[in-house]
Ligand binder design. Sequence first.
Ligand SMILES: [Zn+2]
Ligand SMILES: [Zn+2]
Length: 354
Amino acid sequence: MPPKICVLCEKSKAMVKRPKTGQIVCRDCFFYVFETEVHNTIVQSKLFNPGDRVAIGASGGKDSTVLAYVMKTLNERYQYGLELFLLSIDEGITGYRDDSLETVKRNQEQYDMPLKILSYDELYGWTMDAIVSQVGRKNNCTFCGVFRRQALDRGAAMLGVDHIVTGHNADDIAETVLMNIMRGDIARLGRCTAICTQGEDTIRRSKPFKYAYEKEIVMYAHFKKLDYFSTECIYSPDAYRGHARAFLKDLEAARPSAIIDIIHSGEAFEVREEIKATQKIQQTCQRCGYMSSNTLCKACTLLEGLERGMANSGITDKARKKLDAAGPTPDNIRTIPFFKPPSGSPAVTIDVPL
Ligand SMILES: [Zn+2]
Ligand SMILES: [Zn+2]
């Protein structure tokens, strides 16, 4: 049987079947279509302006490593005029994050981009290792998710960047749509497919890989021989997301377009005005100045619980009442440094961590 020929260039030998479209293509054409689709997403969504300073949220994992490589490639190829930075958050997880950060440090040299690392320890006075030793493995992802989101914004403010891009891919977004449907979380369902979330004066956040399939990101990293770290977090994985993920993989096996179809469905949902009116208005946290829907932001609430030895008080209402009953907040607990968004104005919107 003669070798199959790439359906795009009709010259080279086909090497891969694209998971997203089923097309049989050569390696160079695969790189080109993958990059071009990301470029089209960026252009159509008008993600950047020339001169923007953009931080790539870099974990050392495959998604953010491919994102850094592709952003650099497209910035040069299409002259976006962006100044790119790597921004990593060190959660303080021995045997996981310390190793992945070594990868990011190598990426810094490979891609010639400045790197900023901000640690939970520096910002909150707690590493994830210390948090897990107090709260156990059950709720630790809640702490990590809330702390990471705020740490990324604060790291970006330190770098003076206008925009954070993250490696969330199409599979991540489709999973989130499914989870929000299953939880009946109407407010998040309406927002989770947005490619770019921004308030008037907050740091923009976007997902250039919104339509990129995870399988293609893995293939891209593999064929380009990119240097990335591939171990899962050693603390408890998000079990609920795991179910959504397994379900999505089954759907994808039966019909590859399922991932994009679910994203499109999510985009088509719109929250009715009367429901929007019941959603909480954003304000700034009284204690640390970060955007919040209550007088205290989630990170300050969780941190106070940790500091007072009642870590679950930020998670359940019952535990919160117990904390309140224990008396007012002592003056000597550690708090988060006051946050000033780059523009100096208060934050007005909040988006949903995936
Ligand atoms: Zn080809
Ligand atoms: Zn706060």
